[in-house]
Design a protein around this ligand. Structure first.
Ligand SMILES: [Zn+2]
Ligand SMILES: [Zn+2]
Ligand SMILES: [Zn+2]
Length: 174
């Protein structure tokens, strides 16, 4: 066990201030690298001792990743039920939904309070750091409007004229 010395921080600090500059990796004690953003707008910080090798498609070194929580975004739209402002939220899996800013959660009675308006935003895809087992291209996670999730190959598509699937056919329902 390495001596982490003065740079060691408590886990609580990490959770409270994930954007803070000098966080250290809970796995190896090295500093975390800068905040980076995925193409789908998710923010993360990797351990500075870890890097993604695009040739071997594996993480080299330390594989710790700190995902940063998405702050709900206020939308320029009004709730059709009560007229309050809507907010846009993204779940951990890249699913997006609009919900009413008037809604809440009563921890004691375990019931939703306020306005219950929620609108899921259709079909989101999220890029994965994993290769397709069939062709080696990148995988994506597709989330349908009804919340079903599947892993599929980024080269797959749909030919509207011929009405047939194109590209790689790899699909795995989650
Ligand atoms: Zn590390
Ligand atoms: Zn509402
Ligand atoms: Zn594929």
């Amino acid at each position: 066990m390495a001596n982490l010395g003065a740079s060691q921080r408590t886990l609580k600090d990490d959770i409270l201030c994930p954007m803070e500059e000098n966080l250290t990796c809970p796995k190896c004690g090295s500093p975390l690298s800068e905040v980076t953003e995925t193409p789908t707008g998710k923010k993360l910080r990797r351990c500075s001792q870890g890097s993604w090798n695009t040739e071997t498609k594996q993480i080299e070194g330390c594989d710790y990743v700190l995902w940063l929580k998405d702050e709900p975004k206020e939308l320029d739209e009004k709730c059709p039920k009560c007229g309050a402002q809507l907010i846009l939220q993204t779940t951990r899996f890249g699913k997006k939904m609009k919900k009413c800013s008037n809604s809440g959660w009563d921890k004691e009675t375990k019931t939703a309070t306020g306005c219950d308006f929620v609108e899921w935003i259709n079909g989101t895809t999220e890029e994965l750091d994993e290769p397709c087992p069939k062709c080696g291209n990148k995988l994506v996670i597709y989330t349908s409007a009804s919340g079903k999730r599947m892993e599929k190959c980024s080269t797959s598509g749909w030919d509207r004229e011929k009405k047939e699937a194109t590209g790689c056919t790899y699909i795995k329902w989650l």
